[in-house]
Design a protein around this ligand. Structure first.
Ligand SMILES: Cc1cc2nc3c(=O)[nH]c(=O)nc-3n(C[C@H](O)[C@H](O)[C@H](O)COP(=O)(O)O)c2cc1C
Length: 248
């Protein structure tokens, strides 16, 4: 059995889609290949991998309540390619979104279901994850806690206390992701058996009011570093000028 996992995030690194695809990969049996879909140059390579695959797993972010625009030309090409070559792989989708409710991925699931229907692929279901960005926070937290444990181990003369603290910290991080891990395990079990998964939605295990508070703080800090406070609002706007040559 061969499974191709396609990370459809346009981010070069640190994408939540890539993280969840890698996690799913760990739970899968048989031959697995992980691919990144960012630019049109990726299309031919991915389609070649899908040619002899039993399963294609799309892992993607939700953009404006739908499939990211750079994925649409790929789907169009895949539709023609699969029809021409008589391919009918099973399709599973893992979608993650910025808002806390995983159910917001429902329109994306329907788009992918319709794509499968039209292209003759076998729709096997999908998992929608709310608060997807927290998956990155989780992996950063684990790395930081691990580094702190190593430092404490050296400073404490290799006592057991840092190990216990790290164990507690690891458990608390895993608790945040327990819904994601459980649903992903079930998805992987379905892929391994070629079974339908249906549609399931989960989220990061943080109360909504806490998530919204931290998201607001995070994006305010980010905008200060990347955009500057009020910079966009107060900057004098120049009208866009298009030369006659450009317009033609
Ligand atoms: C252009 C754009 C549109 C987005 N639209 C939505 C949206 O409609 N609903 C939502 O919950 N999150 C939305 N998000 C947030 C992403 O889905 C979220 O950050 C996701 O975790 C990114 O996944 P990635 O790291 O795999 O790229 C949007 C993000 C961008 C950049």
């Amino acid at each position: 059995m061969k499974t191709v996992l396609i990370d459809c995030s346009p981010k070069k690194r640190m994408s939540a889609s890539g993280f969840i695809a890698s996690m799913t990969d760990v739970f899968l049996r048989g031959k697995r290949e992980k691919e990144k879909l960012r630019v049109p140059a990726d299309h031919a390579r991915i389609l070649e991998k899908v040619k002899d695959a039993d399963n294609a797993v799309f892992s993607m972010p939700l953009y404006v309540d739908g499939v990211p625009s750079h994925v649409l030309p790929f789907l169009k090409e895949a539709e023609e390619y699969c029809r021409e070559n008589g391919l009918h792989p099973n399709v599973y989708v893992i979608a993650n979104n910025g808002f806390i409710e995983g159910r917001q991925n429902e329109p994306l699931m329907r788009i992918m279901e319709n794509f499968c229907d039209r292209a003759g692929l076998i729709w096997k279901g999908g998992l929608g994850i709310g608060g997807g960005v927290m998956m990155n926070v989780m992996r950063i937290m684990i790395t930081v806690f691990f580094a702190l444990m190593l430092i404490s181990l050296v400073l404490s003369g290799f006592g057991t206390a840092p190990l216990i603290t790290f164990g507690q910290q690891l458990l608390s991080v895993l608790l945040l992701g327990c819904g994601i891990i459980a649903f992903d395990l079930r998805l992987a079990a379905c892929i391994n058996r070629g079974k339908s998964y249906g549609k399931h939605y989960t989220r990061i295990m943080v109360p909504s009011f806490v998530f919204i508070l931290f998201a607001d703080i995070f994006f305010t800090v980010l905008s200060v570093f990347q955009g500057g406070i009020f910079r966009g609002w107060l900057k004098a706007k120049k009208p866009e000028t298009v030369s006659r040559k450009q317009a033609e």
